[in-house]
Design a protein around this ligand. Structure first.
Ligand SMILES: C[S@@+](CC[C@H](N)C(=O)[O-])C[C@H]1O[C@@H](n2cnc3c(N)ncnc32)[C@H](O)[C@@H]1O
Length: 279
């Protein structure tokens, strides 16, 4: 059947109007249709990096809870020697029973080859879920962008699968929670705050501390004797916090009282001496 030319403006208007119905201005409508068609060919899931806080169950954000309630899969890193994931334990009550849980195993080694192999395997396992259209949340202790395995996953996905959307849900960090618990001001006025990894070693730590008004040292478990010796000479207030909010919590205001071989979940706040405040 041939349509009369007179009907053409009416048909175009209807098409433009349906663009508005979908919430888009008409000039974007057809371009978006093309993208929708592409997305429909391969419906990609979203990767969420979700911080679950440092341990206490009420230090997880509402946004993290919302994401955990809706994703198809929750991914948790665990060591292949010990299949325990603390992040998973913290998040457990917010993960519905229907949600798939997947452990991404990493070997307890600093050797490059087995680590690279594990990375490749875990990146591809994650990508396979997302390419199958599933939304997945990688859960991480504290915040996902602070010394977290998520940083590597993010880099791998961005490089190899740039069309996959990644959304980060921030988490309360271990050192923010430690500062709150101990009433420690981390920085004020024009001071700086240096965030360090204790794995770096004594020389690097000493050099870094010279330019710091205040410092936070995470991962203090490995070189604790050197870190303690180095800090004892620095004119700062120091607080050692281990397993905050968890079984076996230790808080020491004198580093000499801290255990010689602390637990993996241990940090130090080293801040400018401020004296006691009266209010
Ligand atoms: C791989 S880093 C993860 C940091 C985490 N993404 C964050 O935002 O705090 C692990 C280090 O975080 C610190 N940490 C994490 N949870 C802690 C806790 N509950 N108590 C004390 N330190 C903790 C320790 O220094 C530990 O070695």
């Amino acid at each position: 059947m041939r349509l009369p030319w007179a009907m053409l403006p009416l048909m175009l208007t209807k098409r433009a109007f349906s663009g508005f119905i979908h919430g888009l201005p008409p000039q974007l409508y057809s371009a978006n249709q093309g993208q929708t068609a592409m997305a429909e060919q391969e419906k990609l899931g979203i990767l969420y990096g979700v911080g679950v806080g440092p341990g206490q169950p009420d230090l997880i954000t509402l946004r993290a809870i919302r994401v955990l309630a809706t994703v198809d899969v929750v991914l948790a890193a665990s060591s292949s020697r010990n299949d325990y994931s603390l992040a998973q334990r913290i998040a457990a009550e917010h993960i519905p029973a229907r949600t798939q849980l997947m452990r991404l195993e990493f070997p307890m080694t600093r050797q490059a080859a087995p680590l690279a192999e594990a990375w490749e395997r875990n990146l591809e396992r994650t990508a396979a879920l997302l390419r199958a259209g599933k939304n997945a949340a990688f859960i991480t202790l504290g915040d996902p962008l602070i010394y977290s395995t998520f940083g590597y996953l993010l880099a791998g996905i961005r490089k190899r699968y740039p069309r996959i959307r990644v959304t980060v849900v921030p988490g309360i960090t271990s050192y923010q929670a430690a500062a709150a618990e101990t009433g420690t001001v981390l920085c004020e006025d024009d001071q700086n705050l240096l965030l360090l990894s204790g794995v770096a070693g004594e020389a690097e730590l000493r050099a870094s501390l010279q330019s710091a008004d205040n410092a936070v040292i995470l991962k203090t478990y490995r070189n604790f004797a050197e870190i303690r010796a180095c800090l004892e000479r620095a004119d700062l207030d120091k607080i050692f916090v281990s397993r905050l909010g968890l079984e076996g919590e230790i808080i020491c205001r004198n580093l000499a009282d801290a255990p010689d071989a602390p637990n993996y979940l241990s940090l130090i706040l080293a801040t400018k001496k401020r004296g006691r405040r009266t209010s």
